[in-house]
Design a protein around this ligand. Structure first.
Ligand code: COA
Length: 180
C-alpha cells in the first residue's frame, strides 16, 4: 500500500471507510464548480472509492487517486489524482480536491508537492500537466506556487453547464528539471 507522508499529512490509497468523507466534499457545489460541475451522490462516492482503491502509483493510462489524511484529526480531507499518459508514460496529468472546511490552509500545496516530488524522483516522470478554468484562482495559484508554466490557452473550450456558456481552459505544465 502506497503511503506518502509529511509531518502534517498522510497520502494513501482510498479505503472502503472513506466513502462518507469523499461524499461530504464531492457533493458540494463549490467543489464541483470547476470540476465538470458534477455533484456526487453517495453511490458515486462509493464507485469512486471502490474503483480507485486498488490502483497503484505509477500505473499508466488510468487515474490513481490518493486520499489526503490530516494526521492529527485522522480525517480524510481531500484527494490528489495522477494519471500517466498511456502513450508516453513519462508525462502525466494531476488533479486535486480539498474539503472546503479545510481549504486555504496549505493542504493542497503540501499534498501536491509531495506527489510531484514522488513522481519526478521515484517514477522518473518527465512532465506533469494540469488543466484549469481560469476563474479557479486557488488552483492556478497552487500551480504557480510549484513552478508550473502556462503553456496553452484553449479559447471557449468547454461548456459550463452552470453559466450555460463556453469557457476558456488553461493548460499548465511542469518539467522535472524545473521542480528538482
Ligand atoms: C484548488 C484547491 C484544491 C486548493 O486547495 P487548498 O488546500 O485550499 O489550497 P492551499 O491552501 O494549498 O492554497 C493554494 C493557493 O491558493 C490560494 N487560495 C486558497 N484558497 C483560495 C481562495 N478561496 N481564493 C483565492 N485563493 C485561494 C492560497 O493562498 C494559495 O496561493 P499562494 O501560494 O499564492 O498563497 C481547492 O480550492 C479545491 O478543492 N477546489 C475545488 C476543487 C477544484 O477546483 N480542484 C481543482 C480542479 S483544476
Amino acid at each position: 500500500m502506497i503511503k506518502l507522508e509529511t509531518e502534517r499529512l498522510l497520502l494513501r490509497q482510498l479505503q472502503d471507510e472513506d466513502v462518507e468523507a469523499v461524499y461530504a466534499y464531492r457533493s458540494d457545489p463549490d467543489v464541483a464548480r470547476y470540476q465538470s460541475s458534477r455533484l456526487y451522490t453517495l453511490e458515486d462516492a462509493k464507485l469512486f472509492v471502490f474503483e480507485l482503491k486498488e490502483t497503484q502509483l505509477g500505473t499508466v493510462g488510468e487515474w490513481v487517486q490518493l486520499g489526503i489524511i490530516l494526521k492529527n484529526e485522522q480525517k480524510l480531507v481531500g484527494d490528489v489524482g495522477i494519471k500517466l499518459n498511456g502513450k508516453q508514460a513519462k508525462i502525466g496529468d494531476i488533479g486535486y480536491t480539498v474539503n472546503p472546511a479545510y481549504q486555504n490552509r496549505g493542504i493542497a500545496k503540501e499534498a501536491v508537492g509531495l506527489v510531484l516530488k514522488t513522481m519526478f524522483t521515484e517514477f522518473d516522470v518527465h512532465k506533469i500537466m494540469a488543466t484549469i478554468d481560469p476563474r479557479n484562482i486557488a488552483s492556478e495559484r497552487l500551480l504557480i506556487h510549484w513552478g508550473f508554466h502556462k503553456e496553452a490557452v484553449f479559447r471557449k473550450h468547454y461548456w459550463d453547464k452552470i453559466d450555460q456558456a463556453w469557457q476558456d481552459e488553461y493548460v499548465y505544465g511542469l518539467l522535472k528539471n524545473e521542480f528538482l
